[in-house]
Design a protein around this ligand. Structure first.
Ligand code: ADP
Ligand code: MG
Length: 520
């Protein structure tokens, strides 16, 4: 322990040192007794804290304190004062003094110092936790915002893609026009890809989990990532062969690794090393406050370290936010790490990042090992084996389909394409109207295609009302929300088929044909 002692009186100095050494015998003392020595030593302050007298020949303890706070705000200063200067000591506390001790109570000094360091540690821990809670809340509200936005966009895109496809189909005599429609379709598809990424961030993507050996998956991914990274980046992989299996979605994990590797590449424009390692990590009960949403237990830890340009604390605080990027327009979308974040959250894992400008970056990803995971598995479309086979139909001409959809564009495009196929269509714009039409045409309707978020009656309620009236009727529901989000909100009847908006009209037709069992 190194301590700076500021006191003019040699007798007092010895007294202070004596009291302190009774508790800490190995203290290395630095002593100053004039302004010059003080200024010199403060140029390179190499001590853990400062003990200063109040009444000095060349200045006062208050001025010493003010000076230290200005140049090293984190350096603790303790004041040792004579009786009578207690009021001044209080004033000094307001300025940021760590504590003060009267010379008449010198034996209290080591205790005051210990107390201070304990308080400081608690305060630091509290601040770290507070920051993490704020961060989690921020990500949570961003997730809500993003998933609402993506839902509305998916409805818009469903209309756009549908009209564009109809446009292509009806402009066979005019290839130039068809090409315009094709462009619209392609751009809308890009938009759909973006909303899918946003939904992954908002933990709304559909998982297909299975048992996975992470080392194998990493090795395979790195093999093809190698070509993306180019010859100037060296890839090292140190797998720990003893890690347990994960229960996870391999496509998503691959996506996560690729996104992280591409970021590492962008951070090393002049080359460098990318090191990937796996380990087993035990998150102990009570120790998880730093990762306060994670369950204690065994985890597989994957670290991805680069020797790139690193990040400033400002970038570190925001890097998972959707659309946050420091790259030039056209170079970065700011969605890469949002997707990584969503994937890890959905697998009940957590992520930690350490980085310093110029010193590279390390991403540590933690996934719970297979045994303790219970992922939200989809039960949708798990039909009872005993289900009756719908009698096949020769031509669509005889089949009536009820379409319930509140978005007029989506409604019209679905209607048009089904009519062109020869189906008879009944149209409704909300749940109540849909149910009324269903009641009136109950004998002829073979299939109900319905949106989930509709005015008046929506979701599961509507699907169940239909089924109550006619259990044989097939129901195909569609939504701009992801299947898993609807399941979480209990808006899906497990007996209904699901179609994600926006969709390719060919896929809609394929689903309709299968459900009605068209036999042609
Ligand atoms: P994008 O790569 O499109 O910018 P990301 O979400 O993948 O979006 O990353 C967000 C930002 O985080 C990047 O723009 C960059 O500033 C920072 N970043 C991510 N990974 C690294 C890394 N390995 N080294 C340095 N900075 C990084
Ligand atoms: Mg990126």
């Amino acid at each position: 322990m190194k301590v700076l002692l500021i006191d003019d009186n040699p007798f007092d100095r010895e007294l202070v040192k004596h009291k302190m050494e009774q508790v800490w015998p190995d203290i290395q003392w630095k002593e100053v007794t004039n302004q010059q020595a003080f200024s010199a030593i403060m140029k390179q302050p190499d001590f853990d804290f400062v003990l200063t007298d109040y009444q000095l020949k060349w200045t006062t303890g208050i001025d010493v304190l003010k000076f230290i706070i200005k140049c090293c705000p984190d350096l603790p200063v303790f004041m040792v004062t004579d009786t009578g200067s207690e009021e001044l000591a209080v004033e000094a506390m307001k300025l940021g003094l760590s504590d003060y001790v009267l010379k008449t109570h010198l034996s209290r000094l080591p205790l005051a110092i210990e107390d201070f360091f304990q308080r400081r540690q608690l305060k630091n821990e509290h601040e770290v936790l507070q920051k993490q809670i704020q961060q989690a809340q921020k990500m949570e509200s961003l997730g809500l915002l993003v998933s609402g936005l993506a839902h509305d966009f998916n409805n818009l895109l469903a209309g756009m893609m549908g009209y564009a496809q109809q446009g292509i189909k009806h402009s066979s005599a005019n290839p130039e026009l068809a090409e315009y429609f094709q462009h619209i379709f392609t751009r809308a598809e890009q938009g759909a890809r973006m909303t899918r990424q946003l939904l992954t961030f908002a933990r709304g993507s559909h998982l297909e989990p299975m048992r996975i050996q992470m080392n194998t998956l990493i090795a395979q991914t790195l093999e093809f990532v190698g070509t993306l990274l180019g010859p100037t980046i060296k890839i090292e992989f140190n797998p720990d062969a003893t890690i347990a299996d994960l229960y996870a979605d391999p496509t998503q994990l691959e996506q996560m690794l690729v996104n992280l590797c591409i970021n590492a590449r962008d951070a090393m424009p002049h080359g460098g090393t990318l090191r990937v390692e796996t380990h087993t990590f035990q998150l102990h009960k009570g120790k998880q406050d730093a990762r306060f949403t994670a369950q204690p237990g065994p985890y597989v830890q994957i670290t991805i370290t680069d020797t790139g340009e690193g990040m400033s604390p400002e970038v570190l605080a925001r890097l998972f936010e959707p659309f946050f990027t420091t790259k030039d327009v056209g170079r970065g979308t700011g969605l890469g790490l949002s997707v990584v974040y969503g994937i890890i959250q959905q697998h009940h894992g957590f992520i930690e990042v350490t980085s310093q400008p110029g010193k590279g970056t390390c991403f540590a990803l933690y996934f719970p090992v297979a045994e303790q995971v219970s992922l939200e598995e989809t039960t949708l479309n798990e039909r009872a084996a005993s289900e009756k086979v719908t009698p096949s139909v020769k031509t669509p001409g005889k089949v009536t389909i009820l379409v319930v959809e509140d978005d007029p564009d989506v409604q019209q495009v679905i209607c048009e394409v089904l009519r062109e196929e020869g189906y008879t269509i009944l149209l409704a714009s909300d749940g109540e109207e849909g149910l009324q039409l269903f009641q009136e045409h109950i004998a002829t309707i073979r299939l109900v295609i319905a949106d989930i978020m509709m005015p008046k009656m929506q979701g599961k309620e509507f699907q169940q009302q239909i089924r109550r009236r006619q259990p044989e009727t097939k129901v195909l529901v569609m939504s701009g929300y992801q299947q898993i989000q609807l399941q979480q909100k209990d808006l899906l009847d497990p007996n209904s088929d699901f179609l994600q908006k926006p969709f390719d009209l060919d896929i809609l037709l394929e689903k309709v044909h299968t459900l009605i069992n068209i036999n042609n």
